[in-house]
Design a protein around this ligand. Sequence first.
Ligand SMILES: [Cu+2]
Length: 78
Amino acid sequence: MKIDNFVFGPQTLTVPVGTTVTWTNHDDIPHTVVSTEGVFKSKVRDTDEKFSYTFTKPGTYPYYCSVHPKMTGTVVVK
Ligand SMILES: [Cu+2]
């Protein structure tokens, strides 16, 4: 997953159960990756820093950047 120009890409990512998803911040601005439902929460990620989470249960996981709450994305785990 990329964080680029204030956008999580892809906006919706579908993965099988057990997948570790890694987000990398390509912006010059710090961002976070925070589950809307409290499932995961990154520290502030500066340029080129990463956050990883392993999805062990099926479901739909919306998330956002707590610094810029209009930045949102979704991981779908099947
Ligand atoms: Cu942000």
